[in-house]
Design a protein around this ligand. Sequence first.
Ligand code: 1GP
Length: 244
Amino acid sequence: YLNILEYIRKKERQMAVLIDPDKLELHRVARIISKIEASAITHIFVGGSEVEEDATDILVREIKKYSKLPVILFPGDITQVSEYADGLLFLSLISGRNPDYLIEKHVQSVSKLRTTTLEVIPTGYILIENGKKTSVERISKTRPLKRCNIDEIVDTAKAGELLGMKLIYLEAGSGATHSIEPEIISRVKQDLKIPLIVGGGIRTKKELELAYNAGANMVVIGTAFEKDETFFEVLKKKNETVSR
Ligand code: 1GP
């Protein structure tokens, strides 16, 4: 039995679907999960920028009724810690310089985390500009890194690794106009020993393929599924060559 992090380290071309508790109505969960289970998706991420208290708990419990896939919290705030999930990306927003999102929220969450058995995975979260202002930028009041300054992106990711973070997440922001460019992914990946997650604005099979080929261990897709459930089927066909 591999824990979540070991699994991410060992497997290639993993795919997470991001479900926002504020956007998915509970009566749709069973149906969505059956589509997820039939697709190449390997992990379910739950999170959002602004989620009502308790909504995460309720959604995770509903997902767990129908799915055996690992459910990983991808929290925008400490109210999104749910003991019913399997793991938690303990995100430090290392592209920014807001101490609240580098350490303060983490301190505040510890008393709750102590009461859970969640696998807590320290993750260096790097926001990269994508053409429009994202909710991460708005809420954290931090600037994303510039796409053209690849050295700074590479050094930021490496600093995260050297600080002991176990994953690096390159984020263009939900609904991003431009997903992270393959050149950025491959330059960051070449310099890292820890796994790399990439997300934000990925809407086509081609973009997915480019991200994997550039070195992403896991790709996260949210908006493309929210807007079009048939995207799950597109990925199913890819299943034979993409994953598992
Ligand atoms: C956002 O990286 C995720 O945090 C997914 O982004 O909604 O654009 O797929 P999308």
